[in-house]
Design a binder for this molecule. Structure first.
Ligand SMILES: [Fe+2]
Length: 297
């Protein structure tokens, strides 16, 4: 269950531009969870405004050529504002359709954590339900198939006006479909937590069963190994040295030996000394290329 934030019974509402200005003028450090929680009162006030979202979307539709131009999410997510500190989005949660219901083993969501904090509020509709766990990330090595101590939490519903913080690398959840269309607002701070790996968990075994990569950087590093030439070697060396992600390091090392197999021993020794997790991913990739992208069974 996310951290639930008790809010005063405040019916005040604000417009989107007021929200953006207030967050800037209050000088919150949104990478710090205390400040994020302190800022929640304004997200709640924005959610009290039942006209702003439709007005905002209508205005965007007037400029259809640039509609959601910077949105890299699917059609159920709308980016409302983005700057160097955070982005604000509206997420539409659909109920399960008849077609989806007829699909065998249909999954609405997977059990996962996040490598970013999400401050969220129920905007309209009954809201999704969330089945959740917490875990201690400091006790986890991050190996595929590793069993993690998950603490089950109460079922949580993001009803209208309810505010909660899904904490990066602490809360795990699987969202269950709402009874009818619902919308939530999310404030997502930009922080270096994004360099931590994101996991999918097997709820039956409590094991990390898949790595979830939210950017294309892992794929780009692998492509350099598959399609690159000697010019890619220097770039891969720089990525290996400077990138804090164990996953990116592992893929850079794998690509390096693909381009120059004679260096296999040297690269393997270096990564073994650098990071146990990166070495584990590297070894698994050497045994079977692409295995660290698959579902662990
Ligand atoms: Fe999630």
């Amino acid at each position: 269950m996310p951290l639930q934030i008790d809010m005063p019974n405040d019916a005040a509402s604000i417009e989107l531009d007021e929200y953006i200005e207030t967050i800037a003028s209050m000088k919150y450090d949104l990478s710090c969870q205390e400040d994020l929680v302190d800022s929640a009162i304004y997200l709640k006030r924005l959610a009290n405004n039942k006209k702003f979202l439709i007005n905002h979307m209508s205005n965007e539709l007037r400029e259809i050529a640039s509609f959601q131009k910077t949105n890299t999410y699917g059609p159920a997510v709308f980016i409302l504002h983005s700057n160097e500190n955070y982005f604000l989005r509206a997420v539409v949660w659909n109920p399960v359709s008849r077609i989806e219901r007829s699909i065998e083993n249909f999954r609405y969501d997977i059990c996962h954590d996040h490598n970013f904090d999400i401050l969220t509020v129920g905007y309209c509709g009954p809201g999704y339900e969330s089945r959740g766990y917490t875990y201690d990330y400091s006790k986890v090595k991050g190996l595929l198939g590793e069993k993690v101590e998950l603490q089950p939490q109460e079922l949580f519903t993001l009803s209208q006006g309810r505010v909660a913080l899904f904490r990066a690398k602490q809360d795990i959840h699987i969202q269950l479909p709402p009874g009818s269309v619902s919308v939530s607002l999310n404030l997502i701070p930009r922080s270096n937590k994004i360099n931590e790996p994101q996991y999918q968990f097997d709820e039956a075994t409590h094991r990390i069963c898949r790595y979830l990569h939210s950017s294309g950087r892992e794929l780009a590093v692998r492509l350099a190994g598959a399609l690159g030439d000697e010019n890619a070697v220097e770039i891969l060396e720089t990525i290996y040295k400077n990138n804090p992600s164990a996953h990116v390091k592992a893929y850079a090392a794998q690509s390096l030996i693909q381009l120059d197999p004679q260096r296999t021993e040297e690269v393997a020794e270096r990564i073994q000394g650098d990071s146990a997790l990166a070495f584990d991913i590297f070894q698994k990739e050497r045994m079977r290329y692409g295995s660290s992208f698959e579902l662990y069974a």
